[in-house]
Ligand binder design. Structure first.
Ligand code: FAD
Length: 311
């Protein structure tokens, strides 16, 4: 718990970021979880995953931009990414963060940038997932998602729900009634105990409850679709059992995992006939993403330290 808090603190600290990113070999070490710094490396990683029967979602790393110019640049990067996916023929959709597209600057600016990206995605028949950031953004993220869907008519967009938040049960019910495509994850940020379950056991129980609700006949009749994003065998087995009992075909939902995490488990699920999508991040802004991965699993810290000193 202490370790998790420490790494989540490092993820937010600008000073730590400056120091740690400059360490010789830091970039190489981050490659454990990041496909590379360039778009070409991202596409190459997806091609290799596709060859093994895995789907992908590409994330051009970045978050919390503070100028309109940076938000415009990030938007252009996503347009380039969608072009590259289409040109290369790889099987991948995209994932992005709203603070990367200017949500900290203005809702309207961010909405506009999202519209450009969704229009381009639509031309290619592609899909855009809005990642969920800390609870400071939950309400705005859902509002922006609904504006895109209801006011602007986009159907090729989905959101993420975090099982650690108390509010998520109500959000899941509302999204299911709207026939939304969601990714369900446990949640990767540091949240206070008055809004989020502090204990892993409670988060896990809520994850299973929300996943089962989203797979229930009531939700599926509305067109609701779920990406079950976890590396946890208990969550995966619970979902498999529930889906089988409901007679849901194996391609009626999908499992999602992160690049570089439990790669063997990804292949095993795919070989059982499940849809498996790997989240593939690339780009130079890998620092906060990398720190959140270390926060999730102390064993990764020792793995990284060993590699760091060995080289
Ligand atoms: C595809 C995908 C997209 C995500 N998108 C978001 C998002 O938009 N917003 C958000 O807040 N969070 C997101 N997350 C992160 C998520 O919220 C969790 O922090 C993360 O997945 C760890 O939780 P877990 O379900 O894997 O279970 P945990 O209880 O953390 O771990 C269960 C087991 O999984 C394995 N494991 C877990 N993490 C790691 C790791 N880093 N390295 C190696 N093994 C590991 C270990 O065996 C561990 O015992 C995403 C996760 C995935 C897989």
């Amino acid at each position: 718990m202490l370790m998790r808090s420490f790494f989540l603190y490092l993820a937010r600290s600008r000073t730590a970021r400056k120091i740690l990113m400059r360490l010789p070999g830091a970039q190489r070490v981050a490659r454990r979880f990041v496909a590379g710094e360039t778009l070409a490396q991202g596409i190459q990683a997806v091609r290799a995953l596709n060859a093994k029967g895995l789907l992908a979602t590409l994330d051009h790393l970045g978050e919390n931009v503070v100028t309109e110019m940076d938000a415009a640049r990030a938007t252009q990067d996503y347009l380039d990414l969608l072009n590259a996916i289409a040109e290369s023929g790889v099987n991948s959709n995209v994932s992005l963060k709203l603070t990367q597209l200017g949500l900290d600057i203005s809702f309207a600016l961010c909405l506009n940038n999202m519209r450009c990206i969704l229009e381009r995605a639509l031309e290619y028949g592609n899909f855009v997932r809005i990642d969920m950031e800390s609870s400071a953004y939950t309400e705005q993220t859902l509002r922006l998602y609904r504006a895109l869907r209801n006011e602007h008519g986009f159907r090729n967009v989905g959101v993420v729900i975090q099982a650690y938040l108390f509010r998520s049960e109500a959000d899941v019910r509302a999204l299911a009634a709207e026939g939304a495509n969601i990714r369900l994850c446990k949640g990767a940020y540091k949240e206070p105990p008055h809004i989020a379950f502090p204990q892993k056991r409670a988060v896990d129980a809520n994850f299973i409850k929300l996943a089962e609700y989203y797979l229930s006949p009531e939700a599926r009749e509305r067109g609701a679709y779920i990406g079950v994003a976890t590396h946890d065998d208990n969550m995966i087995n619970a979902v498999k059992t529930y889906a089988a009992a409901q007679g849901i075909p194996k391609d009626g939902f999908e499992f999602q995992m992160l690049y570089g995490v439990r790669s063997q488990a990804q292949l095993a699920l795919a070989s059982e006939g499940y849809k498996v999508r790997v989240y593939v991040p690339y780009g130079t802004e890998w620092y906060p993403y990398f720190m959140r991965r270390l926060a999730e699993r102390p064993a990764n810290v020792w793995f990284i330290m060993r590699n760091f000193f060995r080289n």
